[in-house]
Ligand binder design. Sequence first.
Ligand code: NAD
Ligand code: TDX
Length: 332
Amino acid sequence: MQRILVTGGAGFIGSNFVHHLVHHTDAQVTVLDKMTYAASRESLAGLPESRVSLVVGDIADAAVVDPLVEAHDAVVHYAAESHNDNSLSDPSPFIQTNLIGTFTLLEAVRRTGARFHHVSTDEVYGDLELDDPAKFTEATPYRPSSPYSASKAGSDHLVRAWVRSFGVQATISNCSNNYGPWQHIEKFIPRQITNLLAGGRVKLYGAGANVRDWIHTEDHSSAVLRILEAGRIGETYLIGADGEKSNLEVVRMILGILGHAEDDFDHVTDRAGHDLRYAIDSTKLREELGWTPQYGDFADGLARTIDWYRENEAWWRPAKEAVESSYAAKGQ
Ligand code: NAD
Ligand code: TDX
C-alpha cells in the first residue's frame, strides 16, 4: 500500500494523520482537500515535498475524484463538515459533503478496487444516560441526533451498502471526541483555551453535565493506520481511550492549568438537541488488532495542547474574532 489518498488531510484530524503516515510508513501521500474555513496549509508545513502533495478540490466532484482515486492504492476518508453547531445553523453543506462526497468517493473506489477506510464518529449512536453503565459497541443501533451526526450515519450506511452490494474493499471506524494540535477554535477545548489566552471568558453550554470521551488525535491516527493495515474488510471498529469527562470537569482543568479560579466561567445558551453522553467500548479494536492508546493521561495531554495554542497564536488569532461574534449572535 504505497500510494495513499487522504481526503480532508488539511483539517484537524486528517493533517495529524498525514504527519503520522509520514513518520510511521514509507507511503506516498496525496491530500485532497477543498480548503474550507476548517482547513489550514500550515498544518502540513514542513512535511517532505517528495512524500506529500496537496490537491485542492471537492470530494463531491467526480472530475477531480476519479483520476485521483485511479492513481492511488488506498483512500482514507476524513473530509467532512464536522461541527454540530454549524449543522444546526445550516445543514446544507453537511448533506452535500458528508453524503454526496462519500457517495462520489465510493463510486470511484468501486471502479478501481482501491482499499477504502471511512473515518466516522461515535455520534452516529446518539447518546447515553449519565448513569448508564453501558458504552457504545459495534452492535449499538444507530440513533443520530443532529444534522451532522445524521449525515455521518448516512455516510456509514452508504459504505456498508457498497461493501455488500459491490464488493468494495472498505472498513469503517467510529471514534470519540479528539483533542490535540491544529483543532479549529470553534470546537470546545480550543475555544476555551483561546478565550482565556485572548483575555476572554470560558463559555459552557447549559449546566456542563454533558460527558465526552476524549482521545488524543495521535491515538486516533495510530488506530486508523492499524485498521488500514490489518482490519477485516466490511468490519467496523470503535476507537476510544476511556477518557470520559464532563464538560464542567474539562473547563475546570483548563482554568486550573491557566491559573484561573475554577468557577471563572459563563453558562451560555445550551445547544439544541444536545447529546448527553458518549462513551466508547474499544475492546474489538484492542483484542482483534492489538491496538492500545499511548496518550492515556488526559491532564498531561491537555496541558501540552494548551502549550501548543500558546505557542501558535499566529495560527488561531486571525479567526478568533469572527468565531466569537458568530457564537455571541446565538447567545453562546
Ligand atoms: P475538520 O473540520 O477540522 O476538517 C475537515 C477537513 O475536510 C477540512 O480540511 C476541510 O477543508 C475538508 N473538507 C470539507 N469539505 C470538503 C469537501 N467537500 N471536499 C474536500 N475536502 C473537504 O474536521 P476534523 O475534526 O478533523 O474531522 C475529520 C473527520 O473525523 C470527519 O470525518 C469527522 O466526522 C471525523 N471525526 C471527528 C471527531 C472529532 O472529535 N473532531 C471525532 C470522530 C470522528
Ligand atoms: O463553547 C462551547 N461550549 C460547550 O460547552 C462549545 C463549542 C461546546 N460545548 C460543549 C458541547 C459538547 O457537549 O462541549 C462539548 C464538545 O463540543 P464540540 O467540541 O462541539 O464537540 P461535539 O459536538 O461533542 O462533536 C465532536 O466530537 C465528535 C466533533 O466536533 C465531531 O466532529 C465528532 O464527530
